[in-house]
Design a protein around this ligand. Structure first.
Ligand code: ADP
Ligand code: GLC
Length: 484
């Protein structure tokens, strides 16, 4: 029997539109709304980072006391509003010392040294907040390592307050596990008996994600394929065995798309909106990209776009390996991203020399949308990809993804097959320069020499639908399976 109306606490380190470094924010801004639309009560909690303007939020009258073990009790202010176009309340945990800085996890000097304490503080504050609001969750939904202490906290230190609560951990990215000095156990206060190789201990340090995998009542990850992959040595980042031993409670649920944000028919960032019927608007968007990036204004040339973190995960090593060769073809390549310094330097140097390559180093929502719309193809040759959102956004813009068959990329992209008239992109398997180059070459060939098939693929890609409504139902099924 399923409960008709569930109370859910959803905690995340980043939520669109308030703070974002990657897809976790897109998910946290969209999934709770879809859950609410199914008739459940959900509240979202995130830190109040410096850049989140307090003046637009409502302050709760009383502050929260947050017990921090051997550091004593620290205080948090709480602000609130609702997620845009919804009735989902979002609460912001405010603590100047931890969150009153530029950057979510790092600044130009690198990762913050107190990230462990910052996010234990946040995790405990989120639980304290439920008590203050008299909100009794049926489900505590934690996301990634930042909130990975919550499942065990709710069963130990906060046991009496959350007697009926079940916990779910969503792994958006297994590479980041929250690995810290073991002294963190004293701040976490879940008991040193949990510091062992089946729970939080890893090489004599605390591994927050490992502990949560042991203690969450269910674990989900953001595509079916990734749920399989993380049980293997290639994708398990050392936790594959641990995950295998908990695989009975592991589910893969593919992320959706917030089509209010990522649809060329409504996208406010575009010079011209378009849809399948009025497809010609895409040409204006292409020209806009060429103008913005000072590329030759030619509407017949193929443009390949890339938007993403410059991290090994995203296959930037492969891109670096083939870029010059690709630029020798009749093509323009546009990249938007920021991250590893070697990559920023490497791509900058090529951008300086090659007129058909444009680069913007930095973070820009506007450019991300413009590139999605103005490109013909979207490059995403990830080494691993738990879900990947940009390739799904690309489909909605009729921009055909060129991807490696990893995780969510494999689950969402169907390889072009001319004979069977199938496909929504171009896919390769081996993480090698050759495989990537050949696939890019094939995509460009198709663009020039088989335009009928190319355009027909673009149009059918635009009609595909990856709604959050479906994903939300799957989450509710997981929640209900725990409650019964
Ligand atoms: P990940 O979360 O691993 O970074 P996803 O594909 O799930 O990858 O999500 C990335 C999100 O972040 C997308 O919404 C993408 O548009 C956005 N994004 C990444 N880099 C940038 C950037 N430099 N500027 C603007 N948006 C970016
Ligand atoms: C992570 C993954 C990405 C996924 C996103 C949202 O950052 O790297 O593949 O789409 O989380 O779940």
């Amino acid at each position: 029997m399923s409960k008709e109306k569930l109370n859910i606490l959803f905690a995340a380190a980043e939520v669109v539109p308030f703070a974002k470094t990657g897809g976790l924010a897109d998910v946290s801004g969209a999934l709770p709304k879809a859950i609410k639309e199914l008739g459940h009560d959900i509240i979202v909690v995130m830190p109040r980072y410096y850049k989140i303007d307090k003046s637009k939020l409502t302050k709760l009258p009383s502050p929260l006391g947050v017990p921090m073990g051997d550091m004593g009790e620290l205080w948090a202010g709480v602000y609130t509003t609702t997620l845009p176009n919804s009735e989902v309340p979002i609460y912001f945990i405010d603590h100047e010392e931890y969150f009153g800085r530029h950057g979510l996890y790092e600044d130009e000097k690198g990762g913050f040294k107190d990230n462990d304490k910052r996010f234990i503080f946040f995790s405990k504050a989120a639980l304290q907040l439920c008590k203050m609001l008299n909100f009794a969750p049926d489900v505590i939904h934690a996301n990634d390592w930042h909130t990975a202490a919550m499942p065990l906290l709710s069963k130990t230190m906060f046991y009496e307050d959350f007697l009926n609560a079940k916990s779910v951990l969503t792994i958006h990215n297994l590479q980041h596990q929250g690995n810290f000095d073991k002294g963190l156990m004293n701040v976490m206060e879940v008991g040193w008996e949990h510091f062992n190789s089946y729970e939080f201990e890893s090489y004599n340090r605390v591994n927050l994600l490992k502990g949560a995998i042991a203690h969450a009542d269910a674990i989900t990850t953001v595509s079916k394929k990734y749920a399989q992959e993380i049980q293997t040595a290639e994708f398990g980042f050392g936790l594959e065995k641990h995950i295998r031993s908990h695989s009975h409670k592991l589910f893969g649920i593919l992320n959706g798309v917030d089509y209010d944000e990522w649809s060329p028919a409504v996208d406010e960032y575009l010079v011209k909106k378009y849809d399948v019927r009025k497809f010609s608007g895409k040409k204006a968007c292409k020209k806009d990209v060429q103008t913005h990036f000072h590329l030759e204004a030619r509407d017949d040339i193929a443009i390949i776009g890339f938007v993403g973190r410059f991290a090994e995960q995203k296959g930037i090593g492969l891109i670096a390996g083939v870029l010059e060769g690709v630029l020798d073809l009749d093509v323009q390549v546009v990249m938007l991203g920021t991250g590893e310094k070697w990559a920023e330097d490497f791509f900058s140097e090529i951008a300086y020399r090659r007129p058909n390559f444009a680069l913007h180093i930095g973070y820009s929502d506007a450019l991300a949308h413009k590139i999605e719309a103005g490109s013909d193809m979207f490059l995403m040759p990830s080494i691993f990809e738990p879900c990947g959102l940009n390739q799904i956004y690309s489909l909605s813009y009729g921009t055909l993804p060129i991807v490696r068959a990893a995780g969510g990329l494999d689950d969402t992209i169907v390889n072009f097959n001319e004979l069977e008239k199938k496909g929504n992109g171009f896919k390769f398997y081996d993480a090698t320069n050759e495989a990537l180059y050949h696939t890019v070459f094939w995509a460009i060939e198709t663009y020039y020499h088989n335009p009928k098939a190319f355009v027909s693929m673009q149009k059918s890609a635009m009609k595909e639908h990856f709604g959050w409504d479906e994903a939300a139902k799957e989450y509710i099924d997981v929640y209900n399976s725990l409650i019964n």
